[in-house]
Design a protein around this ligand. Structure first.
Ligand code: TIU
Length: 234
């Protein structure tokens, strides 16, 4: 067993690396690049740029340590049968989900904008999980994948802090996972929401989980290698 101690708020957390997965939420062109879903909602996507190098550092360390890495993408089927009308009908009519944009149809699977940004491109053996909602557990096989790999702890990175990261952490926390959010590996179009979102997770003794950062995660991950690891993180 490769126990590490990850410094975090509200307190350090002991993790068995062989039971820990890195979950990278929705680092898609649609949220990080101009012309995608994020921008059509009226946001300044450049605010998310600093998240990319921080995520990359943690991703490299997780891969080197043999952790299971799961990438998620928010988006919908091309026929939009999985897109609730209540979600689609919001926003400017010409730039709603499914409309044509500079990176293809907005938030639609298979379109360029739906892709994960090249800097964080998944490796062939890393699961990529397509989700129709904000939470990564909703209408996906994430829980089954985690159970099959005996995962107990989730290191969570991605965008946006108060939307898909928060929803996923809340879902994971209720399912019994230790969720550790790496603050500088997450970002929001609203810096104040990012700050408060992180505080909400660690408040009340860690009501939803823990908050740490890329430096402390790297120090912890690099301190030990899993006892039994394979390419699939088993
Ligand atoms: N709008 C916003 O902040 N986020 C989303 O719509 N999805 C995710 O957070 N991925």
């Amino acid at each position: 067993m490769a126990e590490i101690l990850l410094e975090a708020e509200p307190q350090a957390v002991a993790l068995d690396l062989a039971r820990t997965a890195l979950v990278i939420i929705d680092m898609q062109r649609d949220f990080l690049e101009p012309g995608g879903f994020g921008e059509t909602l009226g946001n300044d996507v450049s605010l998310l740029a600093p998240v990319v190098p921080a995520c990359r550092r943690v991703l490299d360390a997780a891969r080197a340590a043999g952790l299971l890495v799961i990438h998620t993408r928010e988006g919908h089927r091309p026929d939009m049968a999985d897109a609730p009308p209540a979600k689609v009908e919001r926003g400017t009519p010409s730039t709603r989900i499914g409309c044509a944009g500079p990176m293809g149809r907005i938030l639609i699977r298979g379109e360029a904008g739906h892709d994960i940004i090249p800097e964080l491109a998944p490796l062939p053996h890393e699961p990529v999980l397509d989700k129709p909602g904000k939470g990564a557990f909703y209408q996906t096989d994430l829980e089954l994948m985690l159970r099959n790999r005996r995962i107990e702890n989730l290191l969570v990175c991605g965008v946006t802090t108060e939307v898909c990261v928060h929803t996923t952490v809340r879902e994971g926390n209720d399912r019994g996972y230790r969720c550790i959010v790496l603050g500088d590996c997450c970002g929001s179009y609203f810096p104040v929401f990012h700050e408060i979102g992180l505080k909400m997770i660690a408040a009340q003794g860690g009501i939803f989980g823990w908050v740490s950062d890329s430096s402390r995660a790297l120090a912890a991950i690099c301190s030990k290698r899993p006892a039994a690891h394979s390419e699939m993180g088993l």
